[in-house]
Design a protein around this ligand. Structure first.
Ligand SMILES: [Zn+2]
Length: 260
């Protein structure tokens, strides 16, 4: 059938030329558009959905979810006022506070300063959500058997210029269902809010075997976040620090919402 219909159209002269000549062009155009689309999808989602290679990656990280941003909107705040009687209780560790400076940049900016600024902003936002917040030092005595609905430790990454590749955020959590649920929420919220990539290759034992994870009450959901690199992501972490603060807030609210 196919060959006979081809012969039929061939007898119609100029029309057959259009078909025979037009179809390959259309096919090439279609393939080019499809290939471009797949490349774009690969670059956009491929970088976002890398899963960590450390042993804590029991729960696969979900893709960024723009719906999650609603949790940070003003209209949503009332929901946190009306939780079942008891207010939620969240601990925020201001990384290195009370201990040392952490990473130090050539201009004198310290990681501890960057962390403190973001931690305070996260705390303010959560308090606006009627959540009770403790701001904790890195080695705060209250961390021994610390019990809370959520604990987040805020750090930032090296200020040294290693090249273009060192941009992005990182997470690590204890290997419990609750902590991995929190980590998943934090991943979605932080990736979506900041548009930073998840920099899986530089997750170290300092994160996965974080000293705080060994001190707190075992059923306290906890996560440590490296909010970005102080070199490439400097503007986001300082001038635009409301953005990472919002990302962390939404990550916490995402998890608390699942507990209501
Ligand atoms: Zn640090």
């Amino acid at each position: 059938m196919a060959s006979s219909s081809y012969r039929d159209t061939d007898q119609e002269g100029s029309r057959s030329e259009r078909i025979v000549f037009g179809q390959p062009l259309l096919a090439i155009a279609f393939i080019a558009v499809a290939a471009f689309g797949m490349l774009m999808a690969y670059f956009f989602f491929g970088r976002m959905t890398q899963t960590p290679v450390n042993s804590y990656a029991v729960v696969a990280l979900a893709e960024p979810d723009t719906n999650i941003l609603e949790l940070g909107s003003a209209g949503f705040r009332e929901r946190w006022i009306a939780s079942d009687g008891e207010p939620f209780h969240v601990g925020i560790i201001s990384g290195h506070q009370g201990s040392d400076a952490g990473a130090v940049c050539d201009n004198g900016l310290t990681e501890a300063d960057v962390n403190r600024n973001i931690a305070n902003k996260v705390a303010e936002r959560l308090q606006e959500d009627s959540i009770v917040v403790d701001i904790l030092d890195e080695f705060d005595p209250r961390l021994d058997n610390y019990a809370a609905d959520v604990l987040v430790s805020i750090h930032a990454d090296s200020c040294r210029d290693y090249g273009d590749s060192l941009t992005g955020f990182k997470l690590a959590a204890p290997d419990t269902r609750a902590s991995l649920g929190l980590k998943n929420c934090m991943y979605q919220a932080y990736a979506t809010t900041t548009q930073l990539f998840y920099h899986v290759n530089t997750i170290t034992e300092h994160m996965t075997d974080y000293h705080v994870f060994r001190k707190i009450a075992p059923d306290t959901p906890a996560v440590i976040i490296e909010t970005g690199f102080m070199n490439r992501d400097m503007a986001l972490l300082t001038d635009q620090s409301d953005v990472p603060a919002e990302g962390i807030e939404i990550g916490i609210l995402c998890y608390l919402e699942q507990q209501q």
